[in-house]
Design a protein around this ligand. Structure first.
Ligand code: PHE
Length: 456
């Protein structure tokens, strides 16, 4: 067992909240949520998504933060330590390892998509991608995806930035950056929603997102909604456990978790309300997939005076929102390396970043050279899935829910009630509610959704 290493702690409750919200709010909200909702028929998906956030995501987030705050270390070592303290089997440590693996995989494609946002910045400054003609914007976006070298450059830059921030440690830079950037993103998003409401087809977007057509619900919609919920609040793989480990003893976990979840959901819904009015007003296809945001926003900005400036600003903020998430994906393994080997932060950040960067090549190639490579085409559901689609599916829809399931079980059954009661410090009724959700409701939901959608 490693000698316990004292990690840096957050400088205040607020900086923890900002960092955790920074982790949660990212490409999942502004890029993935709109297009996944679009591909899954809109309202029914949104309803299940919200239910999953409240009944499954929130109790698991509370569980995960508790494990971190109590364990004080990286996920594998926190799990090992708690298992030992509570007299549980040491194989619980595996949960931490699965999380670290999922982190590598998610970061690998996250960095590629974050790279798209970076690539858009010069294109918006020069105005080359801003047009009122959907055909022009789509062609520009397709040209970006078709060029593996261009994708590679931006992927490398994004990963480089992530590694840079992580190697500087917890306090230096990121806390202040998040402080300014998260509120700016929020205000620009609200401005964009207002613009979309005036210039786009807001009524249609509203009914697309919020009218629940239950006929559209099937196993795969429910699984996607659950996967998206886990992905969006960064739960189930140990990022939040790691951030929780840097909390001071007096921090209030349930309240923080509620803030994180609320902020995250509001940003996702706002992104939907900013994007779909423009989709419908321009006759675009809401189910067109991963390019949705990258095509609709340049169209929107073409209609605004000063569109180049707003557009540039907006993609800078998206890139920053993505970086405040990607760093949380790299932190768990770096924090583990610090504990175990006493390896220097910068070295482990570079090594881990390089590994994830290399895995990211699979995603880069999925959009061009390997675009027609569908490794699991013999399975109906994956008939047209590229490597990127498969990595995304495996992480969001399987690994995160399974990781979250295990964390909920561990926190609510394996830790003593005295421990969780003291850590959560909730009024008795709310403590009971959490226990009920974490012990039964959330694990049962994950289990049933997984079984049901796999057997479908
Ligand atoms: N929550 C982030 C987003 O929505 C992505 C993420 C997933 C970050 C898992 C950390 C862990 O973009």
């Amino acid at each position: 067992m490693a000698a316990p290493v004292e990690h840096e702690k957050w400088s205040s409750r607020l900086t923890f909240i900002l960092a955790a919200v920074g982790s949660a709010v990212g490409l999942g909200n502004v890029w993935k949520f709109p297009y996944t909702a679009g591909m899954n028929g809109g309202g029914a998906f949104v309803l299940i998504y919200v239910l999953c956030i409240l009944a499954v995501g929130l109790p698991i987030l509370i569980a995960e933060l508790t494990l971190g705050k109590r364990g004080q270390m990286s996920p594998p070592n926190s799990m090992a330590r708690l298992a030992r303290e509570e007299g549980r089997h040491k194989s619980w440590q595996t949960v931490g390892w699965i999380g670290v693996a999922a982190g590598f995989l998610i970061l690998s494609f996250y960095s590629v998509i974050g790279g798209w946002a970076l690539a858009y910045i010069p294109k918006l400054i020069s105005g080359s991608i801003i047009s009122t003609d959907p055909g022009v914007v789509t062609a520009q976006f397709d040209a970006l995806l078709a060029d593996p070298w261009e994708l590679l450059i931006w992927h490398s830059l994004f990963m480089g930035l992530t590694v840079f921030v992580i190697s500087r440690g917890i306090h230096a830079g990121i806390e202040q950056a998040v402080n300014v950037l998260m509120p700016s993103l929020f205000f620009l998003l609200v401005a964009l929603v207002i613009y979309a409401a005036i210039a786009g087809d807001f009524a249609r977007a509203w009914s697309f997102l919020f009218s629940f057509d239950f006929a559209k619900i099937d196993g795969s919609v429910v699984l996607s909604a659950m996967g998206q919920a886990f992905f969006s609040i960064s739960v189930g793989l140990g990022c939040m456990m790691t951030y929780g480990a840097y909390l001071p003893a007096q921090a209030n976990i349930p309240r923080s978790a509620a803030v994180i979840v609320t902020a995250d959901s509001i940003v996702a819904l706002l992104a939907g309300l900013a994007i779909f009015p423009i989709v419908f007003a321009n006759g675009l296809d809401p189910s067109s997939g991963a390019g949705l945001v990258f095509v609709t926003l340049p169209l929107a900005f073409a209609g605004v005076p000063g569109g180049e400036i707003f557009g540039t600003l907006f993609f800078i903020l998206i890139a920053f929102a993505a970086i405040t998430s990607s760093i949380s994906l790299l932190e768990p393994v770096v924090s583990w390396a610090e504990e175990h080997k006493g390896v220097k932060r910068s070295l482990s950040a570079i090594l881990a970043g390089a590994l994830s960067w290399a895995i990211g090549l699979l995603t880069v190639l999925s959009f061009n050279v390997w675009g027609d490579f569908h490794p699991l085409s013999m399975i109906e559901r994956f008939r047209e899935a590229t490597l990127f689609d498969l990595i995304d599916y495996l992480t969001s829809n399987i690994m995160l829910p399974v990781g979250g399931f295990a964390m909920a079980i561990f926190a609510s059954w394996m830790l003593s009630k005295a421990t969780t009661r003291a850590e959560l410090d909730l009024p008795p009724a709310l403590y009971k509610a959490w226990l009920l959700l974490a012990r039964f409701v959330a694990p049962a939901a994950v289990f049933l959704i997984l079984i049901f959608s796999v057997s479908e």
